[in-house]
Design a protein. Sequence first.
Length: 243
Amino acid sequence: MTFAATILTLYPDMFPGPLGFSLAGRALAEGRWSLDARNIRDFATDRHRTVDDTPAGGGAGMVLRADVLAAAIDSVATDAPLIAMTPRGKPLGQPRVRELAAGPGVTILCGRFEGFDERIFAARAIEEVSIGDYVLSGGEMGALVLLDACIRLLPGVMGAASSGDDESFESGLLEYPQYTRPQQWEGRTIPEVLRSGDHARIAAWRKHMAETETRLRRPDLWERYDGVRVQSPSGARRLMKDE
């Protein structure tokens, strides 16, 4: 089954953009995913192809019109999730990426200006998603991020099925440090354990380093991970030493 991506945007020429290169670009050429970038302006009904208007109640900027957005959304005949890229959305995480990648595809609504007329969210089933706590000029960059995260998980895109298993966030941890040749560089040597050939020691080292990196760099992730791993098989949480 081909993963079908539909983008509703005022700037369809931004796609596939970087997704036309490397793994995603090769997968697109091979038909592992498809792309349909539609111009929201094509669904305007007046001769000026107006897609926005001034905010009700006053204020700076312009707001995308609900009627034009609805016409664009309704033109997409698919059961795939409909996602709007917006700062107020739920933060995108690897579990949701995996769910989307396992499905038929996704339709992504990209905002511009001051955002969307709020009525569109009441009138259509739209999942609001954010890629971080910062403001971009529009939703297109967020859409590219979401698609790249999904496409790399599609069957055959990364080669070996286990290629992404140890990466950051897959297990709730950041990835362990990586090394490659030369063995010595500027007085720094690859850790001995990684040169030992002892796969059990290597696995234990990598787990320890992943936990250490997460605890030091992302205490928010560590808190969630540590809370999960102290669950007993029955689901009852064991008491920690400081409790």
